[in-house]
Ligand binder design. Structure first.
Ligand code: URA
Length: 429
């Protein structure tokens, strides 16, 4: 007789639970036969003691089989998709999706909503007034027929086990675990039908995987599982010690992505190009150098911007945000500036806190925070480290937390690289 407690005890002893045991546990939790307390014990045991690679692969498969899996109408090139493990000021999907699609590779992504301190792509897309994200897969495929790209909300029938477990992990502080993140991400990606995947694995103080070493392990495990299941996958280990883009907060993050599509340079653009070229190289079977040229050209020529506009329209959204003057109105009124009292080097940004501050400020009607400096940058005396924009005042608590979200030091501080490592499993490599 398989018991939840027995499975958890095995994990605690450092033994590998069998697939049958994992299946009974996850299935039992979904049906109500395994209690919330029993499942929480299991998640805590995994967070503390880890899980073997084989058990992680088995858990991924058990989760995958808890719901539907999608297949799409074959096209000239395989479908591409991307996933980020969660970062701040990260609107790369709004740039990668149209770059890839404008180079002829179909891109159909299911995205999530806000999670913890990070913003969700779906919430950002819904800032294009009228844009529908709750599309069926058939409707999304019709959008891909018309434009080559669609980004929709995660279907509730896809990996229900992840939905249930993720919620519990969020509530019980059991998110930060390599096997749990790997099974969560990979089960969703295997269910969502794409053949070619790029994973953006964040590392640093603002990420679930704080050490680069753990992020590389996670990236390797995820790409291995995806490759074994017949997919090509690259994982880019990227920095999350500073916000990726220059703005934190929904409408300003969308604006940042649209600025990049209109030619703005910087880290957001660089990472979006790296992610896009990996997808293009794998999907088209071309060299990375050729893929980089194609991605850059799609951006420089304005084709990618036009593609996103087409997608927004095809999903029913209005496109006024593409007009820079309309975006500028969200940055007209400064609610608060965090000034550097002395010149110094930016030693730390509390990205988790900054994300929550932006969310709280948005709830009070603010638009978001301009955060142009990255760890290692020199900030001159009197310069604004953070600028909070909005048309209605926010509480003193928000301002107080914002004042404390960055730390300057007198002596130089080393900058973090944008990308630490890339792990790839592509055919022929
Ligand atoms: N993103 C996911 O989809 N799952 C996790 O567990 C963490 C980040």
């Amino acid at each position: 007789m398989i018991s939840a407690r027995g499975t958890t005890e095995k994990v605690r002893r450092g033994e590998s639970p069998s697939k049958e045991e994992l299946s009974a546990l996850v299935g039992g939790y979904l049906s109500g036969a395994v209690s919330r307390a029993e499942m929480t014990d299991f998640l805590r045991a995994v967070c503390t003691c880890g899980l073997s690679d084989q058990a992680t692969i088995d858990l991924t498969d058990v989760m995958l089989r808890s719901g539907d899996t999608l297949t799409f109408t074959p096209r000239e090139y395989p479908y591409a998709d991307k996933h980020s493990t969660g970062g701040l000021a990260d609107s790369t999907t709004l740039i990668v999706a149209p770059i890839v699609a404008s180079c002829g590779v179909p891109f159909l992504k299911m995205s999530g909503r806000k999670l913890g301190h990070t913003g969700g792509t779906i919430d950002k897309l819904e800032l294009f007034k009228g844009l529908r994200t709750e599309l069926t897969v058939e409707e999304a495929e019709r959008v891909v027929d018309a434009t080559g790209v669609a980004v929709i909300a995660q279907s509730k029938d896809l990996v229900p086990a992840d939905k249930a477990l993720y919620k519990l992990r969020d509530e019980t502080n059991t998110v930060k675990s390599l096997p749990l993140i790997a099974s969560s991400v990979v089960s969703k990606k295997l269910a969502s039908g794409a053949d070619v995947l790029v994973l953006d694995v964040k590392t640093g103080k603002g990420a679930f995987m704080e050490s680069v070493e753990d992020a590389v392990k996670l990236a390797t495990l995820m790409t291995d599982i995806l490759f074994a299941a017949g997919r090509q996958a690259a994982a880019v280990i990227s920095d999350m010690n500073s916000p990726l883009g220059d703005y934190v907060g929904g409408v300003l993050e969308v604006g940042d992505a649209l600025d990049v599509l209109a030619g703005k340079k910087g880290r957001l653009r660089t990472l979006a190009l790296i992610l896009s070229s990996r997808l293009l190289a794998m999907a088209k079977g071309i060299s990375l150098a050729d893929a980089e040229r194609e991605a850059e050209e799609a951006l420089e020529s304005g084709r990618a911007e036009k593609k996103l506009r087409e997608m927004v329209s095809a999903q029913g959204g209005e496109t006024s945000l593409f007009d820079g003057n309309i975006r500028a109105k969200y940055k007209k009124n400064v609610l608060h500036s965090v000034m550097a009292k002395e010149g110094g080097y930016l030693a730390e940004i509390d990205c988790v806190s900054l994300g929550f501050i932006a969310r709280d400020a948005e709830k009070q009607g603010a638009y978001g925070i301009f955060a142009p400096y990255k760890v290692g940058d020199f900030v001159k005396k009197g310069a604004s480290i953070f600028t909070l924009y909005g048309d209605s005042p926010v509480t003193a608590d928000v301002i107080d937390r914002l004042e404390k979200a960055a730390r300057l030091e007198k002596s130089p501080v080393g900058a973090f690289p944008l990308v630490y490592e890339i792990v790839e499993r592509r055919r022929g490599s």
